[in-house]
Design a protein around this ligand. Structure first.
Ligand code: NAP
Length: 351
């Protein structure tokens, strides 16, 4: 059994400042022998998500628990069981759950029970040779079910309605837009670059794409939707969302999924100016997939079907190696990704 491993730690909490590479530290630690009711895991791939920024503020009573600075960062991931003294897990199996940002890690039964992802803890993943483990981090993971419940359970677009989605080329936005298209809506995506705008229109079939950095964003939208959009699926918040909400028809609804443009703010972000909500009589509704957890198996089955039939295309930005995790995380805040951000450790470390 290997006697050491490399892990990624957060060095200090960061509030009111942008995340930078120096906020992370790679460190080598000893791996002790397995005790009873523990598994030794070798990480295969890790999900990199904006909510992790919220776990790095150090704010008590924030909307997500804060990371323990003495332990590796952890997120949804796929790992291979190298050794097991925990009934239910056998060497060689792939598992999906909350995995340390480490090449190898030991998880006890207690740690596993304290790290649920959605309604499940660490679970075995039976994959065929054609299946990509990273799909279980993206369309078939939290990303996919967030998009699913955000659209099917919350936005509920009707055929002919127009939906604007922000961060449209990102993990959740790209899937949310495709689901709204399947349900018959007209979809306009907001994203930063010409390449991303081309991907969402040409590859994903969105009806139009708009540069949210345009000085004339409200007019640009109203040219495409003269009466204003019926639905705004908001992944970014801030000035962009204020501008979109100022264009909406009445009645119309805003589905608040995330506020990524505000996560570096001094107060931890999430502030919304409700004047356009008042003026336009908008319905403003937040959600998380946990509100729909009883329907999660059905949602995953539907997403798997849409992936299989090609009605949903899974976009991914894959970084390689544990040392790329900080850059992958920073990339979310700089528009560095198209689709789901994944770090693959497909060349297992030799330590
Ligand atoms: P993502 O969209 O794949 O990545 C973030 C993207 O946001 C970037 O690629 C960038 O795209 C855009 N962005 C970053 N900073 C921005 C800014 N200041 N202004 C405008 N756009 C900016 O990430 P994701 O995992 O799919 O998450 C998207 C949103 O959903 C986040 O707000 C996240 O917190 C939220 N979320 C919510 C739930 C929930 O339970 N409600 C679950 C998962 C995620 P551009 O190149 O277009 O700028």
């Amino acid at each position: 059994m290997p006697d050491s491993t490399t892990s990624v730690y957060l060095k200090s909490y960061i509030l009111g400042d942008a995340l930078r590479a120096e906020h992370f530290e790679l460190s080598e630690t000893a791996l002790r022998p397995l005790a009873d009711a523990e598994v030794l895991l070798e990480t295969v791939c890790l999900s990199v998500d904006p909510y992790l920024r919220g776990c790095m503020t150090g704010m008590a009573n924030y909307y997500v628990p804060q990371l323990d600075l003495r332990a590796p960062i952890h997120s949804l991931g796929v790992a291979r069981v190298l050794d097991s003294r925990l009934p239910g897990y056998a060497a060689g199996e792939l598992v999906l759950g909350s995995i340390d940002w480490s090449a190898r890690s030991i998880l006890s039964a207690q740690a596993i029970s304290q790290r649920p992802v959605g309604r499940r803890t660490l679970r075995r993943l039976a994959l065929t040779a054609q299946e990509h483990p990273s799909r279980y981090l993206g369309v078939l993971g939290i990303t996919g079910i967030t998009a699913f419940f955000g659209i099917v359970g919350t936005a509920k677009p009707r055929p002919g309605e127009t939906m604007v989605v922000s961060a449209a080329a990102g993990a959740v936005g790209s899937v949310a837009g495709q689901i709204a298209k399947i349900l018959g809506a007209r979809v306009i995506g907001l994203t930063s670059s010409p390449e991303k705008r081309s991907v969402i229109v040409e590859r994903l079939g969105f009806d139009a794409a708009v540069d949210y950095r345009s000085a004339t964003l409200p007019q640009d939208l109203l040219e495409l939707v003269p009466g204003g959009p019926d639905i705004y699926f908001d992944n970014v918040g801030g000035a962009v969302s204020q501008a979109v909400m100022s264009t909406m028809r009445h009645p119309a609804r805003v589905v608040e999924c995330g506020q990524i443009s505000s996560y570096d703010d001094q107060d931890g972000g999430w502030m919304v100016d409700i004047r356009p909500i008042h003026r336009h009589g908008l319905r403003f509704e937040g959600f998380t997939p946990s509100l729909f957890s009883e329907f999660e198996p059905a949602a995953l089955a539907q997403l798997e079907h849409w992936l299989g039939t090609g009605q949903i295309i899974a976009l991914e930005t894959v970084h390689h190696g544990l040392e790329s995790l900080p850059a992958a995380m920073l990339g979310l805040f700089r528009g560095g990704n198209i689709g789901k951000t994944v770090v693959s450790l497909d060349q297992p470390a030799t330590d």
